[in-house]
Design a protein around this ligand. Structure first.
Ligand code: NAP
Length: 275
């Protein structure tokens, strides 16, 4: 059986989109596990607040400005991450943008803007940080995608395209990384209660959700908490070497039905009773 040298005790982690939602929760959870954490996003003040929370709990964390749409910013971020906390062992590529809009309603500039961050920015980050992981023959890269990649839906054309494309990108990368010791994971959340989409006009949001419901999405109203998704990221990067989580999908658990609902579901219908 193949043997892998153990991971070092100190495993610095980079989290993009750490200013809010899933990224912030992930940075805090990794920090609590003892990982030194670099938190990146454009709202660096929000990242600094989360970094301060990690430090006050006894952890190590720094906030560094990052704009994934800007190649120079990504290069500066990657270099500063290593300079500040040492060689990166874990990358959580989480940041993304989402805009509402059908294929016909989304202008080319808006469309390019979303793809430029969600795919182009991810690629810049990978080029900046992954070569060192490959050279050291170890490390984890977790790509936060979305269940819209597996089950596309209407009215978010640019976002759905970007997440579908991102999963294709990671599948290719996984093949290219085979045998390097570096594990790449697709972590695909479903609905999670974060700020994403909250800046949309409520009328637009209502219309989008109606379209989703018409196509059979949104089976129930529960959302996951960012901390739950963060736990899954921690579990993925904590797996022993030799075990590779390739694709993980997370969904909110449905509300627990009342006993009378269960009875109604399991009682035979009149048709069944007559057979
Ligand atoms: N919420 C959901 O229901 C859900 C479902 C499936 C998948 N996801 C995925 O989960 C991930 C996190 O999203 P979230 O729900 O936590 O939403 P969120 O709170 O809006 O977080 C998005 C993060 O991306 C960062 N970001 C956006 N543009 C950026 C740029 N140009 N450069 C650097 N950072 C940028 C934002 O930071 P700044 O604005 O400060 O730059 C923010 O920290 C995303 O990949 C999203 O697609 C979310």
């Amino acid at each position: 059986m193949a043997r892998f040298p153990p991971n070092p005790e100190r495993r610095p982690a980079v989290v993009t989109g750490a200013s809010s939602g899933i990224g912030r929760a992930t940075a805090i959870a990794l920090g609590a596990l003892g990982h030194p954490v670099v938190l990146g996003a454009r709202r660096v003040g929000e990242c600094e607040d989360a970094a301060a929370a990690i430090r006050s709990g006894g952890g190590e964390a720094v906030a560094i400005h990052l704009d994934l749409a800007d190649g120079d910013s990504v290069e500066r971020f990657a270099a500063a991450a290593v300079d500040t906390l040492g060689q990166v062992e874990i990358v959580v590529s989480n940041a993304a943008q989402n805009i509402a809009g059908s294929v016909l309603d989304t202008g080319p500039a808006e469309f390019d803007g979303v793809l430029g961050v969600n795919i182009g920015g991810t690629h810049r980050l990978v080029r900046g940080l992954l070569p060192a992981l490959v050279e050291r023959q170890r490390g984890d890269v977790v790509f936060v995608t979305s269940d819209v990649a597996e089950r596309p839906r209407p009215a978010m054309a640019a976002y759905v395209t970007s997440k579908w494309g991102l999963e294709g990108y990671v599948h290719s990368l996984q093949m290219e990384l085979e045998g390097t010791g570096v594990r790449a994971t697709i972590l695909r959340p479903g609905p999670t209660m974060t700020g994403m989409g909250l800046d949309w006009d409520p009328e637009v949001t209502g219309a989008v959700i109606e379209q989703w419901a018409a196509w059979g999405f949104a089976r129930h109203s529960n959302f996951m908490r960012p901390a739950g998704v963060a736990e899954a990221v921690c579990a993925v990067v904590s797996l022993p070497r030799g075990t590779h989580a390739t694709v993980i999908e997370l969904q909110p658990e449905a509300p627990i039905a009342s006993p009378s609902d269960h009875e109604a579901r399991s009682a035979p219908s009149d048709d069944q009773g007559a057979q």
